[in-house]
Design a protein around this ligand. Structure first.
Ligand code: NDP
Length: 452
């Protein structure tokens, strides 16, 4: 069966792709299994060289990849170019990490004990539609660096950039069978990867609900899993912060990628004594955001991914919502939704569930203790920010927040060289940085007796 791939800004079909089933998935796993012994045996420096070549090819094809991503996801082209830049950086980083990820020698009686970082084998990578190429690279980089072969399943809605990346991997000289992309439904291809006895690990990014089913499915074969799931992160603004700077940055922290970002600071917690002043700045900054044609270089926010998703997002802004600001969005075709700021309590649905759209809940709080309590009162724990001029408070609150990633006087928390991942129901395992390698290798220890 073939399925049309749409441009969410125009609703036009931009490709028609055959959907793989269980048989094609099994064939891809078999190719990856066959390719594994030779790939793991490639000398570290040569594997690094191949990853470096892939990074260079991604850089060379930056405009092409950015255009693919922009048309398929509805991302503003300037942002898409930045994302492709990060993909290249990821491959550069893991090329450099290949020969720096090594074992230890441990003092023991009667001999020498040494550890090795062994690859897992065939790994299944299941990625979502919000940052298709970026999130694929966060998994592919460390998986390949450690000597695994991979089967990558992109989201049904956004398979195009993954297919192009697989071609570039071949052009880079990475052998046939090492990187396999299978386009098909999550409930078919994804599920099969999760249950397949020859798949050693699943690296998953997506919803908490599907993450739960991945964990359940993986139990059958005691498969390793790392899960990067949803978020409902807090952007905590204290009255002593540089309010203008915090407000100027806040819209990008939640409306970037039209809010379809697991790190979105979608709960903006503002200390009551500064609430009115902050809201004035925030509304001004939000109204300046340029929403429109993703192909336009100056656009900052595009449409949502699908009609169905727009319906879900709209359901959070009902007649009872206390709207502080609602922006404009283009009329006509495309899955547009305006930037929306809603005054809320942390008990409201809009503050509890992941909206995954350009809708922020603004929640007042009284003091530091209440800020911590409200920020932590969520099943999620992925990201967040703290804005204050009091350095001791910034660190106190950063340590108290139950979240895997946090930024102080900034909303930026994703970097190639630093660990990324969640606490609580935002998942477990860390991606990026040297920590990312732990999820794609297993420690083996070897005892070598030196007794006569
Ligand atoms: P999903 O969790 O459904 O999709 C993520 C990936 O998992 C996709 O490749 C999907 O394939 C695949 N998948 C779906 N079902 C299964 C399954 N049973 N077994 C294995 N893999 C499966 O996210 P959605 O795209 O449906 O988005 C729903 C919500 O999830 C969003 O509104 C948002 O709240 C959250 N989300 C969070 C993301 C994050 O970055 N943490 C990313 C995306 C979504 P297919 O596309 O073919 O269904």
């Amino acid at each position: 069966m073939s399925v049309a791939v749409l441009n969410p800004a125009t609703e036009e079909a931009i490709a028609e792709l055959e959907q793989a089933g269980v048989e094609e998935t099994d064939a891809a796993v078999a190719r990856a299994r066959d390719a594994f012994p030779a790939w793991r045996a490639v000398a570290p420096q040569d594997r690094a060289r191949l990853l470096r070549r892939l990074a260079a090819l991604v850089e060379e094809h930056k405009d092409e990849l950015a255009r693919i991503e922009s048309r398929n996801v509805g991302k503003p082209i300037a942002g898409a170019r930045g994302e492709v830049g990060m993909v290249a950086e990821v491959f550069h980083f893991y090329a450099g990490a290949v020969d720096k990820h090594h074992g230890q020698t441990i003092p023991v009686a009667g001999g020498v004990d040494m550890t090795f970082r062994e690859p897992l084998g065939v790994v299944g990578l299941i990625v979502p539609w919000n940052f298709p190429l970026n999130i694929a690279s966060w998994k592919l980089g460390p998986a390949l660096a450690c000597g695994n072969t991979v089967v990558l399943k992109p989201a049904e809605l956004t398979p195009l950039s993954a297919l192009r990346l697989a071609e570039l991997a071949l052009d880079a000289g990475i052998p046939e069978g090492v990187v396999n992309v299978v386009v098909g439904k999550g409930s078919v291809v994804g599920q099969r990867l999760v249950e397949h006895p020859d798949v050693a690990k699943i690296g998953f990014t997506g919803s908490t609900e599907v993450g739960r089913s991945v964990m359940e499915g993986a139990a059958g074969t005691i498969k390793r899993v790392t899960l990067e799931l949803g978020g409902k992160s807090a952007n905590v603004v204290f009255a002593d912060a540089d309010l203008e700077r915090a407000a100027a940055s806040a819209p990008y922290a939640v409306f970037d990628n039209a809010g379809q970002d697991c790190c979105a600071r979608s709960r903006i917690l503002v200390q009551e004594s500064a609430y009115d002043e902050f809201i004035d700045h925030l509304v001004r900054a939000t109204s300046a955001l340029r929403v429109g044609d993703p192909a336009d270089e100056s656009t900052e926010m595009g449409p949502l991914i699908s009609a169905q998703h727009r319906e879900t997002v709209a359901s959070f802004v009902d007649d009872e919502a206390e709207i502080l600001y609602r922006g404009d969005a283009p009329e006509g075709p495309g899955f547009w939704f305006p930037c929306t700021l809603v005054h809320a309590s942390n008990e409201d649905r809009i503050a509890r569930e992941e909206v995954f759209g350009p809708v922020a809940a603004v929640i007042p709080f009284d003091g530091e203790e209440e800020a911590i309590r409200v920020a932590n009162d969520t099943p999620y724990g992925l990201s967040g920010s703290i804005w204050t001029r009091d350095g001791a408070r910034a660190l106190r609150v950063a340590r108290a927040l139950e979240t895997g990633v946090i930024s102080i006087n900034s909303n930026s928390s994703v970097r190639v060289s630093t660990p990324f991942g969640g606490m609580k129901q935002s998942g477990f395992g860390r991606e990026l940085g040297m920590h990312g390698l732990d999820g794609y290798s297993e420690v083996k220890h070897v005892f070598y007796s030196t007794e006569r």
